[in-house]
Design a protein around this ligand. Structure first.
Ligand SMILES: *Cc1c(COP(=O)(O)O)cnc(C)c1O
Length: 377
């Protein structure tokens, strides 16, 4: 089954001929008095609606196991819950701000060390120590849209018995399937493209590894950061149109990147593969599209605040993946937790703007950008 069909058909056959799943709100479930057993016992440990969503999440990634959490960060925290005292995890310095905060402020208290590196693409054998338990990667990176070679990283990490955890939020299962390349765990903020309407916070984990799956089920039960039945249902409904939306968003993003490249009012435009032919080749070998996020800088002398005020359609807000276009300034909004030096090394200047493209008619978005750029002169 191809992914748009899987998104719609995986959960289509329901009791009574219903074409959408029911929402089971029960917090507790009756057990058989003699065996004291049942398919479900208590909502946190598992419930039929979340279980349906988890089946769908696994189907999208072609994975053996899927898990739904109350947010992308709850999913990331669960993915990192397998790390123990003395372990080290390697991450890119430009990693999502919430992940940076968790590794920087929470993991040290558990005796786990986060080692932040500028470029995962430059990792070598020498970077791995006997305590290196995992590597965490986002490709494309945010907001630089730099590419990491997943196959190379996975081979290297596995040679040292380190897990590879991929945050696939920017690509989704539609455009990139890291488990098929050998990654151990995929986490996603389902808040973004999967839900797609800027009205729901959710997170997802998929894996093929039975032992890790047990650890993630334990994280749900023991830490409790699970998605509610109502939100599980809303996410199921969102996922059905995700491939459609993302294809439109991606077409829009490509047209906008093309329009901005070479524009007199724009200094640079970044999207997956734009940094070098090498990165373009690697991205094309591990993903089937460039997604719907791009970054750009206004040309010197242009007034950023005037530009942002003049924009009619894009909201000045963090987040991405919703139907409406958003723009933000990473240095002060999404990546303010990074040190200024780390930001500079990652190429995240104070002028860089991240553009998360929606499903509007791209002609309106381009006309709007043009008039706002004129206002910035
Ligand atoms: C938003 C985001 C997260 C965190 O997800 P929440 O749903 O906001 O908790 C993690 N990783 C990436 C890449 C994100 O964009």
């Amino acid at each position: 089954m191809r992914i748009q069909t899987a998104a719609v058909q995986t959960l289509r056959h329901q009791e009574h001929g219903a074409v959408v799943p029911p929402v089971h709100l029960a917090s507790t479930f009756e057990l058989d008095p003699s065996s004291e057993d049942g398919a479900y016992a208590y909502q946190r440990g598992g419930n039929p609606t979340r279980a349906q969503l988890e089946t769908l999440l696994a189907a999208l990634d072609g994975a053996a196991h899927g898990f739904a959490f109350a947010s992308g960060m709850a999913a990331t925290a669960a993915a990192l819950s397998t790390l123990a005292v003395g372990d080290e995890i390697i991450l890119p310095a430009s990693v999502y701000g919430g992940t940076y905060r968790f590794v920087d402020q929470v993991l040290p208290g558990r005796g786990v060390t986060g080692r932040f590196v500028d470029d995962l693409g430059e990792l070598t054998e020498a970077d791995f120590t006997p305590t290196t338990r995992a590597v965490f990667v986002e490709t494309p990176a945010n907001p630089t849209l730099r590419i990491t070679d997943l196959r190379r990283l996975i081979t290297l990490a596995h040679r040292h018995d380190a897990l590879v955890i991929v945050d696939n939020t920017f690509m989704t299962s539609l455009l990139q399937r890291p488990l098929e390349l050998g990654a151990d765990v995929v986490v996603q903020s389902a808040t973004k493209f999967l839900a797609g309407h800027s009205d729901l916070l959710a997170g997802a984990i998929t894996t093929d590894d039975d032992r890790l799956a047990e650890a993630f089920a334990l994280a749900q039960k023991a830490q409790g950061g699970v998605l509610s039945p109502g939100d599980s249902f809303r996410l199921i409904q969102g996922i059905k149109t995700m491939p459609l939306r993302l294809e439109r968003q991606q077409d829009n993003a490509l047209a906008i990147a093309e329009h901005l490249r070479g524009h007199d009012d724009i200094a640079r435009v970044w999207f997956p593969g734009s940094h070098s032919e090498d990165e373009a080749r690697i991205h094309a070998s591990q993903a089937t599209g460039t997604g719907a996020v791009l970054s750009f800088e206004l040309a010197p002398g242009r007034d950023r605040v005037a530009f942002l005020h003049a924009l009619r359609y894009p909201g000045f807000a963090v987040s991405l993946g919703g139907v409406e276009t958003l723009i933000c300034r990473p240095a002060t909004m999404t990546h303010e937790a990074m040190t200024p030096e780390a930001r500079e090394r990652a190429g995240i200047s104070d002028q860089l703007l991240r553009f998360a493209v929606g499903i509007e008619d791209v002609r309106d978005l381009i006309e709007d950008l043009d008039q706002a750029l004129a206002a910035s002169r």
